[in-house]
Write a protein that binds this ligand. Structure first.
Ligand code: BES
Ligand code: ZN
Ligand code: ZN
Length: 489
């Protein structure tokens, strides 16, 4: 699919579909006053099919002359048009036309007064690509590739071509993360995940190193090793370098890669357990973000660290009561084997600090408590430097991926005191602020490094409120990570 700009009008475009996004009927009338659409617009306003006060998408067909043959007027009613609304609308349009044999569409944003055409085009591109995604890879009847070849935006601003190309790469990368997260546990064991990483990040720009179970044990990454040892499918740690040189201080992404989380000996209830196939969504976002950065030829120096394990109950599984010495040297008393994410992350974070990175960002479907706190519309964000947190949050408006900062007050550490070890892995108190104590646990392993922690559990799965992410797992945070890392000085 190609994204371009065009100076054509409705009369000269000959597109299969010409989409007009408008704020008010007054603007719409003015904009098309000299066009052959002037009369149809008047009629559609009279019949209230086009209106300034209620949201609608109205189709108008005219096959009589050579020009765009279908027009879709999209109004958002009284709502202020935002990039977020455009992203959603683009996804709806993508779904609606996915079965139709349209080859090219033209979008006219020119009469929107409050938004820049380039910003609209970027949001439309993202929404269209994200809306087109379905996970049909495991069906015999796979979804046909959409017939759309070209989407053009009416504008003379050539920078839109570059911006939408980057946006398309970003959205494609999010779809890669969604694909990985949607794969079930039997088709994405730790070793199969390693294979996926090698095939998705096959570009020569990447240097990939894989530590197997024996090497993990030898290195003293006992927290990761222990989480994985109850499964027939052994754990791995994958290290992916992009643009890393001796002189550049890298940024490090650490993604939780629990390919299936049964809870271990502290077994989860069976209801909804299948969703835990996506407990590697943090790892998937890291893979997606790295792919986007290299596809965009970004110069950012980044290391991806992906600890992979399957958390299963078995005779060889780690137990509640066990004490483990983690890679950092800190000892951990296991109180709950279902709090496995923070264990595998602890070892990867401690390893990350050895690079003296500019910033470490960890991304994890870490706690059910974050879902309770934030519902299904926002992920939790923590960090130890407010400046970095603020900088990360500054991308939220652009990407539509919502994060909400939670505190890391020192006294929360009191919930993690152990009688026999340095820390317990999970507080048994219902009032410990589960997402916060989990973050507090991770903080113990990042030393003095500049660190951000994204608990994306609330956003792992699609919710009822956002249409552009329908169908399964979301790939959430991929696009924000790319924006943040591209701009990181
Ligand atoms: N993978 C889960 C967290 C999770 C829950 C992710 C819902 C996505 C959706 C994590 O490993 C877990 O089981 N956490 C426990 C921690 C508890 C035992 C302290 C939880 O949140 O219940
Ligand atoms: Zn768990
Ligand atoms: Zn988990």
């Amino acid at each position: 699919m190609k994204f371009t700009v065009t100076d054509k009008t409705y009369e000269s475009s000959q597109a299969d579909l010409y989409i007009v996004i408008y704020e008010t009927t007054a603007n719409l009338k003015k904009h098309f006053s000299k066009s052959t659409l002037a009369n149809p617009i008047n009629e559609l306003i009279k019949s209230k099919e086009i209106s300034s006060t209620s949201a609608s998408s109205t189709f108008y067909h005219d096959f009589s002359k050579k020009k765009a043959q279908r027009v879709c007027f999209v109004g958002f009613g009284k709502k202020q048009v935002t990039a977020h609304l455009i992203r959603e609308k683009a996804a709806q349009i993508a779904k609606k036309i996915s079965q139709l044999n349209f080859k090219n569409i033209v979008i006219d944003f020119k009469q929107l007064t409050q938004l820049d055409v380039a910003d609209c085009a970027v949001a439309f591109t993202e929404g269209f690509i994200l809306g087109n995604y379905t996970f049909s890879d495991l069906k015999t009847d796979k979804k046909a590739t959409p017939s759309i070849q070209q989407i053009s935006f009416i504008s003379t601003d050539k920078s839109i071509v570059k911006k939408t190309t980057l946006a398309a790469i970003n959205a494609d990368a999010q779809n890669v993360a969604r694909y990985l997260a949607n794969l079930p546990g039997n088709l994405l064991t730790p070793s199969l995940f390693v294979k996926q990483i090698k095939s998705i990040l096959s570009d020569k720009a990447f240097k990939i190193k894989v530590f197997n179970s024996t090497e993990i044990q030898k290195k003293g990454m006992n927290a990761l090793y222990n989480v994985g040892k109850g499964s027939e499918n052994p754990p791995y740690l994958v290290e992916i370098k992009l643009n890393v040189t001796k002189t550049k201080q890298p940024a490090i992404l650490v993604g939780k890669g629990v390919t299936f989380d049964a809870g271990g000996i502290s077994l989860k209830p069976s209801k909804g357990m299948g969703d835990m196939k996506a407990d590697m969504s943090g790892a998937a976002a890291v893979v997606g973000a790295l792919k986007a950065l290299s596809d965009q030829k970004a110069s950012a120096s980044v290391i991806g660290l992906i600890p992979l394990a399957e958390n299963m109950p078995s005779g060889s599984a780690y137990r509640p009561g066990d004490v483990i010495t983690s890679y950092s040297g800190k000892s951990i008393e296991i109180t709950n084997t279902d709090a496995e994410g923070r264990l595998i992350m602890a070892d990867a974070l401690a390893y990350a600090t050895e690079y003296k990175p500019k910033v470490i960002i960890d991304i994890a479907t870490l706690t059910g408590a974050a879902c309770v706190a934030l519902g299904e519309l926002s992920a939790a964000l923590f960090g130890n430097q407010q400046k970095t947190i603020d900088s990360f949050l500054s991308y939220v408006d652009q990407t539509g991926e919502q994060f909400w900062q939670l505190p890391l007050f020192d006294d929360y550490l009191n919930y993690l005191k152990s009688d026999s070890a340095d820390l317990i892995n999970a507080s048994e108190s219902r009032t410990s602020g589960g997402a916060i104590t989990a973050a507090k646990f991770l903080e113990q392993f990042v030393d003095k490094c500049n660190w951000l922690h994204l608990d994306i559990a609330p956003m792992m799965q699609v919710n009822k409120a956002t249409s552009y992410l329908s169908n399964g797992m979301t790939g959430f945070s991929t696009r924000t990570l790319v924006h943040f890392l591209r701009d990181l000085k």
